[in-house]
Write a protein that binds this ligand. Structure first.
Ligand code: NI
Length: 405
């Protein structure tokens, strides 16, 4: 960085020297994955790893999340660094020596590495607190995988005092070249709402449909009508993805059931499209059903909002990554991803950015290796050295620089 405020060598060296510890912690968490808002074993491991550091640790009643606060040499601005902690409900099939010992749970989204990198950053920044012109908040957050953990920690007041002026998070990815980082201005990840549509007809004998009210063809028509709605009524420049992932109806071949149920997900890249699509789902389902004399119950379950990165913070992350690891270490992502992330709640309140960190496994092709959430997902954990350095460099760049006001 020109006129850099980032001690690049200091942080890259710190990342390398803390790597062995980060790997140990990551593997310990990987072996004992926990789900949801309450991850007490993971929290205990974090507490043990932070023990002795000059941090103020706060908790809230709603989750086992931790907010660790580091005061630098000055009362300047405040930066928040976030790592999520929770695993996913699936069986691990990686064959790793340190694979999950908990039946039906796996760190398949790499949150174990996020914790380990954030702990590493807390250690490195604590050792250099005199170099920081402000305050660093380390947000260890459970319940990312659909449980709104970030929102609960905010509702518990953990982001109020101090209140961050900027926020940054890293998400590891096996589908990016090793060590590469990247993000984009604006929408990075989608909103994710789920919905259930119950089509109510009238049961009867399969040979006499005229005397019943068969909900199955009505449900099928709703599926296709929803796809027409999405492609005809939603702008291609502000897209939405709607997928029906489950249809349930009936018990056997010669019975017309009373009900059919559809379940789906809706992804969008703006709140405006999200609202229009939610309204459209209701309207289309209700009116298709009405055309056939049936009725529907539509239950839309609001999920995470769109993850929107602040362009100034993305630029700062890019400069930091290039300063630490060279010009080739950063890619500006041309498109958003339709996955979702509850860091979006933080970014609704605080200007910030999430960056991906490539961790394609050794010998694997990043284009084809198993994606996040796969039962076979593996990562090159040595990239955690870069993640630690990136958290540190970003914190210093924001606190000591004047690029972003
Ligand atoms: Ni994740």
């Amino acid at each position: 960085m020109d006129g850099s405020v980032v001690d690049s060598d200091l942080w890259t060296d710190a990342g390398e020297s803390l790597l062995a510890d980060a790997i140990r912690l990551r593997r310990a968490i990987h072996e004992e994955p926990e789900l949801g808002l309450h991850c007490p074993k993971t929290t205990a491991k974090i507490r043990a790893a932070l023990d002795g550091l000059p941090l103020e640790i706060r908790e809230g009643p709603s989750t086992t999340g931790l907010m660790a606060i580091l005061r630098g040499s000055d009362n300047g601005r405040t930066v928040l660094l976030r790592g999520d902690m929770d695993a996913l409900p699936l069986k691990e099939d990686t064959g790793l020596a340190y694979r999950s010992r908990t039946e039906g749970a796996m760190h398949a989204c790499g949150h174990d590495t996020h914790v380990a990198m954030l702990v590493g950053a807390a250690r490195a920044l604590s050792a250099q607190r005199d170099r920081l012109a402000g305050t660093v908040m380390f947000m260890f957050q459970p319940g990312e995988e659909g449980y709104h953990g970030a929102r609960f920690m905010m509702e518990d007041g953990l982001l109020d005092d101090p209140a961050p002026d900027a926020a940054f998070a890293l998400h590891i990815s096996p589908n990016m070249p090793r060590g590469m980082m990247g993000s984009r201005h604006g929408s990075l990840l989608a909103s994710a709402d789920s919905f259930i549509i119950k089509v109510k007809g009238r049961g009867g004998h399969a040979s006499m449909p005229q005397d019943a009210l068969d909900p199955i063809p009505v449900a099928c028509e709703i599926v296709t009508a929803l796809q027409s709605f999405i492609t005809r009524r939603i702008s291609v420049f502000n897209p939405a993805v709607l997928t029906i992932g489950r249809i349930t109806a009936g018990t056997t071949n010669n019975v017309i059931p009373e009900e059919a149920e559809l379940e789906g997900t809706l992804r969008t890249l703006s709140e405006q499209t999200r609202m229009a699509a939610q309204e459209g789902i209701e309207r289309v389902a209700r009116n298709i059903a009405a055309a056939h004399g049936a009725t529907v119950d539509v239950d839309i379950r609001t999920g995470f909002p769109v993850t929107v990165c602040d362009g100034r913070i993305v630029d700062l992350a890019e400069k930091t990554a290039k300063s630490l690891f060279g010009e080739d270490a950063w890619m500006s992502m041309p498109n958003p991803l339709m996955g979702a992330e509850d860091f979006s709640y933080v970014l609704q309140k605080v200007p910030g950015a999430m960056s991906f960190l490539g961790a394609a496994p050794e010998g694997g092709d990043w284009r084809t290796c198993c994606a996040l959430h796969s039962n076979r997902m593996v990562l090159d954990e040595t990239v955690m050295a870069r993640g630690v350095a990136m958290h540190c460099g970003f914190a210093q760049a924001f606190l000591n620089g004047d690029e972003v006001v």
